[in-house]
Ligand binder design. Structure first.
Ligand code: UD1
Length: 365
């Protein structure tokens, strides 16, 4: 019996851990599951609603760290996580993705000589101005088992000198969540509530500091969205950070006046958001996960960044990297709508990654 302590902290973690916990439930002789929520995300719409939609159990420990600078947040997670690990004595700690909670918990375990497995290891944007890139690089250096979603991630790790024995290609566990919930999401009435039934529409998400913390960049992206909304409705569920900046820069009223077809709404829960983007003609985003989810569902995606740590979504999938220049975004939107990329599905993005992760943990003991 292996005792596995999984860590979640921020919104993109929940859909990666849920299928792994569910798979452990199906194998009770082999696994005992414990769950820690660091509290990096705490709004009901950013956290609680995901626990309900994804059937995540109540966390065994909630660290309640909340917001802060990177140093404050990372340090707070470390301080509060250490006693939990000491009390629980797990065989493995499982961290996912690239948020501050991921690195903080991996670092605690490395010092305590508790084994850590990193789910979604090896992704690299090669842009060290992104906080997530630092989190990825450091977590992979200190984790004992590196579970990867795509062959390019294995290549990145090998190129950094990581021994092959520490690396296992298991596929994409976030896509397990996607396939497990696609049917259930049909019960959501979000399209009807937004008056989109039978209409073509695009979906937007934006939250990267490099896009939303700089007024001219954010204004340029909004200009592009306003132009695209002349052709089809655009729905934009707004992350709390982004809403704060829109208000601060005085952009909120202006955009609502200028582009009535561009709808800014509150962040959506997992099932409502899945229902919304799965019917979209086009997605524009700076998220990492959404680049992958749109590839799995054959939906054209424009990534509003200069790089991606998920190149397989471009080489095999539906994604295009278009940056933040308004003219370039509008031209790419036109291309993507008029000539969508042929669909392609990366290997092991098949809904079975969670079981492969559990098998890897058993084999690595
Ligand atoms: C974090 C992750 C990012 C991930 C994103 C998904 C890091 C470095 N960044 O970014 O990789 O893609 O989550 O959303 O870990 N806030 C709230 N309520 C919340 C959470 C945040 O109001 O529940 C506001 C606060 O003002 C906070 C700000 O958003 O200061 C930023 O939150 P934070 O967790 O630091 O980073 P995210 O931008 O959400």
């Amino acid at each position: 019996m292996l005792k596995i302590l999984s860590v979640v902290g921020a919104r993109p973690n929940f859909m990666k851990v849920a299928p792994i916990i569910e798979a452990m439930k199906q194998r009770p002789r082999e696994f005992q599951s414990r769950l820690v929520h660091t509290g990096q995300h705490y709004d009901a719409r950013m956290s609680d609603s995901f626990f309900r939609a994804l059937n995540l159990p109540e966390p065994d420990a909630h660290l309640g760290v909340g917001s802060g600078t990177h140093a404050q947040q990372t340090a707070a997670v470390m301080q509060k996580f250490e006693p939990v690990v000491l009390a629980e004595q797990p065989d493995w700690v499982l961290v996912v993705g690239d948020v501050n909670s991921t690195l903080a918990c991996a670092l605690v375990c490395a010092k305590l000589l508790v084994k850590v497995a990193h789910v979604e290891a090896g992704l690299r944007s090669r842009d060290r101005t992104m906080p997530e890139e630092i989190n990825r690089l450091l977590t992979d250096q200190i984790a004992d088992l590196l579970l990867t979603t795509s062959p390019d991630a294995d290549e990145n790790l090998l190129a950094e000198g990581i021994p092959p024995a520490r690396i296992r290609f298991v596929g994409n566990v976030m896509i397990d969540s996607l396939y497990a919930n696609l049917e259930r999401a049909k019960q959501s009435s979000v399209r009807e509530e937004l008056g989109l039934k039978g209409q073509d529409y695009a979906v937007v998400t934006l939250h990267r500091p490099s896009n939303v913390d700089d007024a001219p960049t954010l204004a340029g992206i909004l200009d592009a969205l306003a132009q695209i909304s002349d052709r089809l409705s655009v729905v934009f569920p707004v992350h709390p950070r982004t809403r704060g900046r829109l208000q601060e820069f005085g952009l909120l009223d202006e955009i609502e006046r200028r582009a009535p077809q561009l709808r800014l709404i509150e962040p959506l829960g997992y099932l409502d958001f899945l229902r919304l983007y799965s019917g979209a003609k086009l997605v524009l985003t700076d998220s990492g996960g959404l680049q992958e989810e749109t590839t799995a569902l054959d939906i054209p995606c424009l990534t509003l960044r200069e790089n991606t740590e998920r190149p397989i979504t471009v080489t095999m999938g539906t994604n295009r990297i278009v940056g933040t220049d308004a003219g370039r975004i509008v031209a790419a939107a036109r291309d993507a709508l008029d000539a969508p990329r042929p669909p392609g599905h990366p290997p092991f993005w098949d809904g079975q990654a969670a079981d492969r992760i559990l098998n890897a943990l058993l084999e690595a003991r």
